[in-house]
Design a protein around this ligand. Structure first.
Ligand code: 1HN
Length: 351
């Protein structure tokens, strides 16, 4: 008998006498065998995550409208959540472990200080003049910058410019909530401490080595300027040797490990006209178009990502990216669940 033939041989709930089932229920007991295949499906996991596209052209006017309808004092964080219909919109999940939201801050507004257990990052989408204060470090927010807000660090946002600022928030909230470890604390506005991590780690392979006292911050670098990431990708593209995928990982510059513990963050460049097949791996992925345009194909579905568009793909699916321009590079920001999968020992690359 082949393994898959056993599928039909397991007993069903209906096969059991009703009085027996009732007695089990009364005692908080459940027979495993009728549900065994549902929790351990053959070969590939059941995924609620559906490939989903959130065009910025649709989202932006609705976010601007939220700015008119809801003052910051009534919102604390003015965000439209990019919710995956496969999980149910009310769950506010992009995937099993990832939360995505587009946040709007208007000139002069302040989003007050708090800290929480889920880790966050911000990918700046549009506007000038906003800043986020993370653990006392004032981080300027410019388009394409990645700014970390790791677990437990105080953070607040402000805006000294004169036009709306929008950024994409990526959090591991669904996972942290699932493990019943999600909570927040409110606090007073923080004072700005001198020194910015980004200046100390501005060049690859070089880190500050103070003679007397070494800072042992768990997160030494909080802001990753787009100008640096973009230049790194273009330098790789210019080198004859790098023919394969042009991708960089946002890392902790002291340890070389992923920038945060649960989600992974990357920037990828597609050469003009380039097509790139990403292998089917266990973690779900999020793609956000920083510059240019690209086609993202996830099994039978294809999305056209224009600038500032966002989409997601479930795990265990190959994804093909294609630059839609024949003469300009395309740049994508990627978030995924790789650090989580690797730490849990469930990471797979199926090629
Ligand atoms: C949060 O703290 C921020 O600080 C944004 O900007 C989005 C979504 C869920 C939970 C906390 C922020 C968030 C969040």
């Amino acid at each position: 008998m082949q393994t898959h033939d056993r599928f039909d041989t397991l007993g069903r709930l209906e096969d059991l006498p009703q009085d027996y089932r009732d007695e089990l229920t009364q005692n908080n007991l459940v027979p495993l065998w009728p549900s065994l295949r549902a929790v351990l499906p053959p070969g590939v996991p059941t995924r609620k995550t559906q490939a989903t596209h959130w065009p910025y052209a649709t989202l932006r006017p609705l976010l601007i409208k939220a700015g008119e309808l809801t003052p910051i004092e009534k919102a604390e964080r003015r965000v439209l959540v990019l919710a995956n219909p496969g999980h149910g919109l009310e769950k506010m999940q992009a995937s099993a472990a990832m939360y995505l939201g587009m946040q709007l801050l208007l000139p002069g507004e302040l989003a007050p200080a708090h800290r929480h257990t889920p880790n966050a990052v911000r990918m700046v989408v549009e506007g000038e003049g906003a800043w986020t204060l993370v653990d006392g470090e004032k981080c300027a927010m410019q388009r394409g910058d990645l700014i970390l807000t790791p677990t437990g660090l105080w953070h607040e946002h402000g805006h000294d410019g004169n036009a709306p600022v929008v950024w994409l928030d990526v959090l591991d909230l669904p996972l942290v909530y699932f493990i019943e470890a999600s909570y927040h604390l409110e606090g007073p506005s923080q004072s700005v401490k001198p020194g910015e991590g980004v200046s100390g780690y501005a060049r690859g392979g070089l880190r500050p080595s103070p003679v007397f006292e070494r800072s042992n911050k768990a997160y030494p670098m909080l802001r990753y300027p787009w100008a640096e990431a973009r230049a790194a990708l273009l330098a790789m593209a210019a080198s004859e040797a790098s023919t394969e995928a042009l991708q960089i990982t946002y890392v902790n510059p002291e340890t070389g490990a992923d920038a945060e513990n649960i989600l992974g963050f990357y920037a990828l460049m597609l050469r003009p006209g380039q097509s790139l097949r990403l292998p089917a791996r266990s973690p779900a992925m999020v793609f956000h178009q920083i510059e240019g345009s690209a086609q993202v194909s996830v099994e039978a579905q294809t999305f056209t990502l224009l600038e500032a568009d966002t989409c997601c793909a479930p795990g265990y699916c190959a994804v093909t990216l294609r630059n839609l321009s024949a003469d300009a590079p395309a740049f994508l920001f990627i978030a995924d669940e790789s650090p989580l999968h690797r730490k849990l020992g469930v990471f797979e690359n199926r090629g």
